[in-house]
Every structure is written in structure tokens, then in C-alpha cells.
Ligand binder design. Structure first.
Ligand code: KG4
Ligand code: ZN
Length: 356
């Protein structure tokens, strides 16, 4: 079964072709970073317009790379939320138009479910049940996952998401958006012992997070170093290092606590911040001690991409789910409201498969 995935929830246009028998055949991504860089963040209207420009050329690209034609596609999955409403509507409209033209089923996929299932694209992937740490620009959540659509929220950020804290701290250091990779780059040259940032909420029971205090601490440190002048490169590197260490240490403490609480030994991390090499290394180090394992997506599938949407959509389309006539995009959409799939997803034909 060949599924086309379309991701347009924020500032990346991602298309991919996933075959349920052969795996991922092709994916293509256009990042709008240069479109938004001068504004220091994503401008929704510009994002929507750029998705309109890029989606069809990327569709041609994935078809060519996979050696397929549009008529080979058996179903279409697009990101229906959460995200920017205009950006979501571009992907939804394209998906529905193509599905109508090709006579195939179409399904709106939850963006965070896409992230959560991205580690399944790897050869070595986890088995259910596991704990998932979802860390992106808009979300920081710990979720117990017993199967597709079987999600229980264990904890989440009470204020800023981890990625958002990276982005805001980067801005204070004069670094461009998105800030996560920029902070990680500077942190490598930082002196770890010079500043100590707080580890928010680690001494309180529970699995919630809070990152806004850390951001304020970063601001005070930046202002203290800068005085009346410019922040030196050395100060910026040391602050980036202290900030990254604090976020990573906090995430590691909560992940271990979640695994212990749930009696599980498998963790997955997904979402843009899961590309952070320090986070990956520290989780790996900590979980070895606990005899637990951590899985993550390949770096290109940590941030937004079409492959994760194609994969998540393929599982649900195979189980018989599809949009009805009046489906809508959902800028806000709690993941726990998704319908569960049967423990063993059926392998077979898609509803309405033209090749029956
Ligand atoms: O999942 P994603 O691409 O988009 C959302 O759904 O939000 O995540 C983007 C976020 C941004 O905040 C970005 O700064 C952060 O992921 N990010 C990172 C790294 N790469 C991306 N944060 C820390 N370290 C990285 N290497
Ligand atoms: Zn995302």
C-alpha cells in the first residue's frame, strides 16, 4: 500500500511516500527558515503562502525519486493539527483535492502522533508499551504509549515548551531562529562549570515541566555579563552550555522517573529537540544504568517532515479510518482524544482500494 504523507503544520513543507511493505520510498523537505529569519520567528501568513508554492514541486520530486506515478498512490495522509490554521489548510486542501482526483481515501493525522511514531521508521525500532518524551517547539510531554492511539499523558510543560525555551534563549544571545541547533553549536565550545542554571521542578514529585524560570535565569545571566557593552563570544558559549545542560538534566530526571513510575524499560524521544546530541547522549548514559533502552528517529525525522505523517497515516488508513466529507483542520487537538487502533493493526487492503 503506497501512502503519500503531507506535512504543512508550521514552517516546513514535507512530502513523503511510504509503502507498507517496502518502507519509506522517498521524502522531500523544504524548510522556510530563510523566509522567517528576519522576523525572529514564524510569520503564519508567510508560512501558508510558501506551503502553496512548494507543495506541488515537492510532490513531483518524491514521485520521481520513488519512480512512481500519482496513480500508484493508494491513500493520502496530511497533518490536520495541531499547528497554524492557514498552514494546515494548505496541506488539507491539497490532500483532499488529490484524493478526490485519484479516487483514494484521505486522512487527517495528528502532528504529535506523527512525531511519536517517527522512531518506527528506523530498522531498529521499539515495541509497545513505552514512554515517549515529545519535545518540540510547541510541546513538552511525557506520554505512556500502549499502542497506536493508546496514549496517556503523564506530564507536560506548565508554561514554555523545551524547544520554545531554546528559541527564546537563543534570541537573547543574538542567535537566529530556530535557536535549538544554534545553542547546541555554541554549547560545544562552552565551559560547563562557569554558570549553573536551575533544574526546574526536579525536586518536586510528578512529571510536569516548567521552562519559563530557566529562560528568566538566562536573561539575568546575559544582562549580568553584558553590563553596558556587548556579550562576548565566550560568555555566549558558556551561557548556551549552562542552559543546554539544565534542560537536558531536567528532561533526563523526568524520563527516568516516568519509566520507574510506569514500570517500563523502553523510552522514545521525538520532536525537534530530540535532535539534540547532548540530550541523546545523556539519556543513553542514564538509561544504561537503569537497564532501560532509548530509541529516537534519525536526525532528519526529529524535526517536522512528511515521512512521519505518511507512516502514522498508513497505520490508521490500513485500520479502515478515513476522513468524512466535513473533516476540518484542528489548530488545537489533544492527542489523548485520538481513536485507538486494535492491538494488531490489520494488514490488507485500504478502504476503497481501486485495485481490489
Ligand atoms: O518538531 P519541530 O520541528 O516543530 C514543532 O512541531 O514545533 O521542533 C522545532 C523545535 C524548535 O524549537 C527548535 O529550536 C528545536 O526543535 N530544535 C532543537 C534542535 N533542533 C531543533 N533544540 C535543541 N537542539 C537541537 N539540535
Ligand atoms: Zn513538530
Amino acid at each position: 500500500m503506497l501512502i503519500l504523507g503531507i506535512e504543512t503544520s508550521c514552517d516546513e513543507t514535507g512530502l513523503a511516500l511510504y509503502d507498507t511493505a517496502r518502507g519509506l520510498l522517498a521524502h522531500a523537505l523544504f524548510s522556510q527558515v530563510d523566509v522567517h529569519v528576519e522576523y525572529g520567528g514564524v510569520v503564519p501568513e508567510l508560512a501558508s503562502r510558501d506551503h502553496v508554492r512548494k507543495a506541488l514541486p515537492l510532490l513531483d520530486e518524491v514521485l520521481a525519486r520513488a519512480g512512481c506515478r500519482g496513480a500508484d498512490i493508494d491513500g493520502i495522509a496530511y497533518t490536520a493539527g495541531p499547528g497554524l490554521v492557514g498552514a494546515l489548510m494548505v496541506g488539507a486542501t491539497l490532500a483532499r483535492a488529490l484524493a478526490w482526483g485519484w479516487g483514494v481515501p484521505v486522512l487527517g493525522v495528528h502532528h504529535m502522533e506523527g512525531h511519536l511514531l517517527a522512531p518506527m521508521l528506523e530498522d531498529e525500532h521499539p515495541e509497545f508499551p513505552f514512554v515517549a518524551l515529545l519535545v518540540s517547539g510547541g510541546h513538552t510531554q511525557l506520554v505512556r504509549v500502549d499502542g497506536i492511539g493508546r496514549y496517556r499523558l503523564l506530564g507536560e510543560s506548565l508554561d514554555d515548551a523545551a524547544g520554545e525555551a531554546f528559541d527564546k534563549t537563543a534570541k537573547m544571545l543574538g542567535l537566529p531562529y530556530p535557536g535549538g541547533p544554534q545553542i547546541a553549536r555554541l554549547a560545544q565550545r562552552g565551559e560547563p562549570g562557569r554558570f549553573h542554571f536551575p533544574r526546574p521542578m526536579v525536586n518536586r514529585p510528578g512529571l510536569d515541566f516548567s521552562f519559563s524560570g530557566l529562560k528568566t535565569h538566562a536573561l539575568n545571566t546575559v544582562e549580568g555579563c553584558r553590563g553596558a557593552g556587548e556579550l562576548s563570544e565566550r560568555d555566549a558559549c558558556d551561557i548556551a552550555c549552562a542552559f543546554e545542560n539544565a534542560v537536558v538534566a531536567t528532561l533526563v530526571v523526568k524520563c527516568r522517573r516516568a519509566l520507574r513510575q510506569e514500570g517500563l524499560d523502553t523510552l522514545i524521544i521525538a520532536g525537534g529537540v530530540s535532535a539534540n546530541t547532548k540530550l541523546r547522549a545523556e539519556l543513553q548514559r542514564a538509561l544504561v544504568k537503569d537497564r532501560a533502552r532509548v530509541f529516537y528517529p534519525a536526525p532528519q525525522f526529529c524535526t517536522d517532515n512528511g515521512a512521519m505523517i505518511a507512516y502514522a497515516g498508513a497505520q490508521r488508513l490500513l485500520a479502515g479510518q478515513a476522513d468524512d466529507g466535513d473533516s476540518q483542520v484542528r489548530p488545537r487537538w489533544p492527542m489523548e482524544t485520538l481513536p485507538p487502533l486494535p492491538a494488531r493493526a490489520p494488514r490488507g487492503r485500504l478502504p476503497g482500494d481501486r485495485r481490489v
